[in-house]
Write a protein that binds this ligand. Structure first.
Ligand SMILES: *Cc1c(COP(=O)(O)O)cnc(C)c1O
Length: 499
């Protein structure tokens, strides 16, 4: 579990509950009888945000993407506001959204091997649509299957879960790259899609896309390239003169590709593109419904009514940064990643996993007794957020760093080295004896949200803020459990959090 889910906020106010205001009605959740003044409400939002991780400045090495160019983010906010109330539900009522989407999709296609596409709310929705197209374009007998490398993004599991499909996992090799031979062996008559990542999120390594696409094509199966995180940094690194292996729609056998603009496109969240080599595959993403007496429904995405704000902001961001800007941002981020890799080699007790092809770096411990989850806690208390990744399929637990245009690696390395020293002195997290076994054997169905909240409190996690939970203990417990048990606990955690 990443600790954004379990807020550890040393400087946070005592409670993150929305405070009740003077004269507020007694019924919990009831609105104030008279609307509250704007200034008061905005001040309350600002106060709530004090507990959040910072979204700018580069001290948070996941979730957020900062160009360091203030005017770009300001422009995106203004463009977002301009389009805020336009509804993408009906492209005939609001032709601006057609013009903007055509422009954004064309810009992405121009850098990623052509094709036609759809603007979506994010990587997960792009992947959901690619999977739906593959399922519907080539119906199979029985439950359709997706062949996915072990390092593939959970969005494919989510798509399979939502769309009534199965994931067939293939192991990765020693360098964490998908294995073409294992992929070929995993294809069955029920396979509707084969996936490769460019790169995978956890370790930033490139799957061998041409080999995997060729294996898929030989079996007559479509191949999706998940370039959600790499799609808007790799082509610019190539333009800047770097050697980037082929990965996009120009590779024979690649039939669709996802590219998130709200990652290395530096657009506000809610921006991604799914590209299809073949326009008929794109049409399988679409949905129309005329089986009711209301307005005609034609949707290209999962959402129906939705704001055009993210689209307007993505269009403005792309055009404000421009080609030279993206080349510079990509180079800065990649140089930061290379400096991080070199710096980690000089910190005893740490090692980098695999060979990152994009500015994403995973750092593991190479020393018994040095626990990366404790390193993350120590870094957090020094003002840095390093994203914990649990062990999986023989891959050790590690910390993930997404470097961006604003990443300043020297202070990051200093904080990391410092946190390692402190973590070595502190030793591994102390999981109370028998607790992990007790949790593994727990009958979760017998607990309601309140009882689960009490259970969390017993391991030092207070869902209502306050205190300083050691995420390392929670991560150590989760790390010792099989994925299915982790998932069951995470769902109960989320339910208790919102209860
Ligand atoms: C981020 C990411 C996704 C999912 O994207 P969301 O925008 O979070 O829905 C999928 N694949 C990869 C490789 C990613 O990095």
């Amino acid at each position: 579990m990443s600790s954004d889910a379990l807020p550890e906020t040393p400087d946070a106010p005592e409670t993150t509950d929305v405070p009740t205001t003077p004269g507020a009605p007694a019924t919990p959740g009831a609105l104030p009888e008279d609307g509250r003044p704007a200034g008061e409400l905005l001040a309350e939002l600002a106060r709530l945000r004090e507990a959040d991780l910072p979204v700018r400045g580069g001290k948070v090495t996941a979730y957020v993407y900062d160009t360091g160019r203030e005017h770009v983010h300001d422009l995106a906010a203004t463009a977002y506001l301009e389009m805020l109330e336009v509804n993408c539900l009906d492209p005939t009522a609001f032709p601006s959204i057609v013009a903007l989407e055509r422009s954004v999709v064309a810009a992405v296609a121009a850098k990623l091997g052509g094709g036609s596409g759809v603007f979506t709310s994010g990587g997960t929705e792009s992947i959901m649509l690619a999977v739906k197209s593959a399922r519907d374009a080539r119906p199979v007998e029985g439950t359709p299957q997706i062949v996915l490398p072990a390092t593939g993004h959970p969005a494919f599991h989510k798509a399979a879960h939502y769309l009534g499909m199965e994931v067939v996992h293939v192991p990765v090799d020693d360098s964490y790259r998908a294995d073409p031979a294992a992929t070929a062996a995993a294809i069955t008559p029920r396979t509707v899609l084969v996936v490769a990542s460019a790169p995978s999120y956890p370790h930033g390594v490139m799957d061998p896309v041409p080999e995997i696409a060729s294996v898929a094509a030989a079996a007559g199966v479509p191949c999706h390239v998940d370039a959600c995180v790499g799609g808007w940094v790799l082509p610019w690194l190539r333009d800047a003169g770097r050697d980037v292996p082929p990965f996009d729609l120009s590779v024979p056998g690649v039939t669709s590709l996802s590219c998130d603009l709200h990652k290395y496109g530096y657009s506000p969240k809610g921006a991604s593109v799914v590209l299809y080599a073949d326009e008929s595959l794109r049409r399988h993403a679409y949905f129309a419904a005329a089986e009711w007496p209301g307005y005609t429904v034609i949707n290209a995405t999962v959402q129906s009514s939705k704001s055009a704000g993210p689209l307007g902001a993505a269009w403005a961001t792309l055009n404000a940064i421009g080609a030279r800007g993206y080349r510079e941002l990509a180079e800065n981020a990649m140089r930061a990643a290379e400096r991080l890799v070199a710096g980690v080699a000089e910190i005893p007790g740490l090692r980098v996993l695999g060979e990152p092809a994009a500015p994403l770096v995973a750092v593991a411990s190479s020393e018994p007794g040095l626990d990366v989850f404790v390193v993350a806690d120590e870094a957090r208390s020094r003002g840095w957020f390093f994203q914990p990744q649990l062990s999986y399929a023989g891959i050790p637990p590690n910390l993930h760093f997404t470097l961006t245009g604003v990443s300043d690696v020297e202070p990051l390395l200093a904080a990391l080295a410092d946190a390692v020293k402190a973590a070595r002195a502190a030793g591994p997290p102390e999981v109370p004896a028998g607790l992990a076994e007790a949790i593994a054997d727990l009958d979760l169905d017998s607990l309601d949200d309140a009882a689960f909240t009490d259970l969390l409190a017993s391991v030092g996690v207070d869902l209502h803020g306050g205190g300083e939970p050691r995420m390392s203990v929670v991560n150590a417990i989760l790390d010792g459990l099989p994925p299915a048990t982790r998932e069951a606990l995470l769902i109960r955690f989320l339910s208790a959090l919102y209860a």
